[in-house]
Design a protein around this ligand. Sequence first.
Ligand code: HEM
Length: 486
Amino acid sequence: RHVPPGPKPLPFIGNALQIPPQHEWIKFKEWGDTYGDLVKVEIPGNTFYFINTRDVATELLEARSAIYCSRPRAVMASISGWKNSIPTLEYGPRLRESRKMLKKGMGPAAVKTYYPYINREVPFFLENMLRKPDSFVEHFNRNAARIALKIAYGYEGVTEDEKIIRGGVDAMEVFSAVAAPGVWVVDTFPFLKYVPSWFPFAKFKKFAERGKKITDEALDTPFYEVKRRVENGTADGSFTTVMLQTEKSDPETEDIIKWAATGIFTGQFDTTTATLSWFTLAMAKYPEVQKKAQAEIDRVIGKDRLPEVGDRDSLPYVWAIMQETFRWHPTITMMPHTAIQDDEYRGYFIPSGTTLMANIWGILHDEKLYHDADKFIPERFCDEGAPDSLSVAFGFGRRVCPGLVIAQTHVFVTMASMLATFNITKARDSTGAVIQPREDAKSGVINFPKPFVVSITPRSDEAVTLIRRSVEHSKTLPDRLEIFST
Ligand code: HEM
């Protein structure tokens, strides 16, 4: 049987030593350029077939999504408290049930009840930026976490969320560390999960035990609080509220609701924060793009109000900036899809259990579709007809990101309102020299930039007044979500 070509593996360790510890997606794309459509990469205990082109991703992960809908076994994530987390779930009834619920909670009727809250939060976010512009990453994170918390659990953003947001951030740090495929020895040799923690080489067990404690506490606390409120009739609208009220009330269903809510809470804040951080870097590096977007906003929205969720269709250039941000530095660079049956593709045999790794970064840096792929050029989407990046950046087929509508809406309105009110420029040091912001990615499941400095200043006094006036207006708006119907 034909297997795809790839770099020559060594006995026992396969290609492990050829994979760089950082920016590995670049190496996988290079291998794609050398070996073709599918590239076989072996690491101990696992064989991956890498996909680096849009055609192949569409033909396999979209058109044959019923086959490539599972995930590789994630033992480390499982023993660290993430056994039932949706992104790592293998295909089966539980995944189907979870996704069905998320479809209701992220469907058109539901998201309409979330939009007013997103609009209401924007001015508070801008006011924080005004107060402490250098902490822009923290503001992105807080704003996204508050919205995620509201949608998932209906929590009121000001008084109740400190501890829960902190817990969620800590839990996501655990997830980021334990969920990357092929990193932990126990993912390669699952029997190791049975060795005691004091055993030599069992450091991972201590990490997992600590991780599980953090994760359990972070995810149980908000869920059981909402459950208590639903029982005593005081719960606000939210995904969890509606699911607890409308789904079956057996323990298994309840556990599925808990993990679907976790998917919403944790799925949103790191992804959004990372994306908006790359956007901020792009605006500082490409001032002409920023000016063009600001001119569009001034022309369409004017200076008397902030952009809102509903302005999406009238701000095509800002939308193109968002598409380009997701392409330039995609929030998730690679995603595994595991086959649940044997298959054949372009003469290659793909046995059941093989993991196809979509190199999202590689696909979105294919020079045949995106010229000067390392440059930030939004015009490629609005003038040049480049294929949409969002249909790749949010994944594929039966595992496509269930939160994509709410994510894009939130990211768009945050970008538009920042552009409307602030100038983002390169910072200067104490001698007045320009500091070039560093463009470099950290490692991890979510693609964050390494810390960089820029200068964020209000566009005018008028912009400051607009932010302050909008904050006062937001304070008069309801901060409860309506109950959506399923
Ligand atoms: C910037 C924003 C976001 C990006 C770029 C993003 C991207 C992705 C990608 C690439 C996947 C994997 C798809 C695949 O396997 O093919 C995914 C899965 C997922 N996302 Fe998102 N996402 C974002 C925001 C959100 C939000 C707001 C939610 C909240 C509902 C969410 C919840 C999830 C969940 C639960 C999964 C797992 C789905 C599964 O494995 O079946 N994401 N996301």
